[in-house]
Design a protein. Sequence first.
Length: 270
Amino acid sequence: MLKDRRPKRHDIRGRNSLIEVREIEKIYKTRQGEPVHALTDVNLSIRPGEFVSVVGPSGCGKSTLMRILAGLDVQSRGTATIHGQPIHGPRPDVGVIFQQATLLAWKTVLENVLLPATLRGIDQTARARSLLELVSLSNFSEKYPFELSGGMQQRVAICRALVCDPDILLMDEPFGALDAITREQMNVELARIQAEQKKTIVFITHSIPEAVFLGDRVVVMSARPGRISDVLDVDIPRPRTLETMHLPRFSELCAELRYSFAADTAAAHL
């Protein structure tokens, strides 16, 4: 019999939360009109400046939850708020980064970074150049996307999401298509950017080590219909480096998350 070593759940409601998700449910309809229950009874509170990793099996509704927070989808039931305001569509204080960088091939790196500001009619050239310097891409500002590696393109995408200085970054498996070495380097880079920019980040990933390395907390979602089955506090001090992954505590936290997945899978088959 599997021993349940899952971490205890935490609810920080009422502690100056920036993002509040309460009893969210999402039901889609297929082309044939059949209902698909993507999310059920999802509750989550996120503090300002917090980095929250979200993990779960494929199809559990992680991306659906992200789209609701981004204002790109609407829940069937429940409430989702930012700064206490219901989410009714995309917001200027929320930046979104997807798995593919989706840069415009005919625009330079600098033009791609400036795109959100250009669409809003504001001049953020100085900030865009500062962000490119932050991610060590100052010398590539006049290059085109095809001249960059995959990791460099994702750094440009991060700069683009940050150029209008949003309070929140929503990141949906942004490093999933990268090779293992580049992915580790991007994890270190993102942790450094978050420390310097003081952003609130919600980060979806399939990788348990990535979730632990980046997160202040790791949210575990169950198989569909997705719900939050556990939340793990990551008590590893910052700043974190690649050496962090060799710490005994890092291995222990990864093991706890694997137990959590195993226990949830076993319970689902009872």
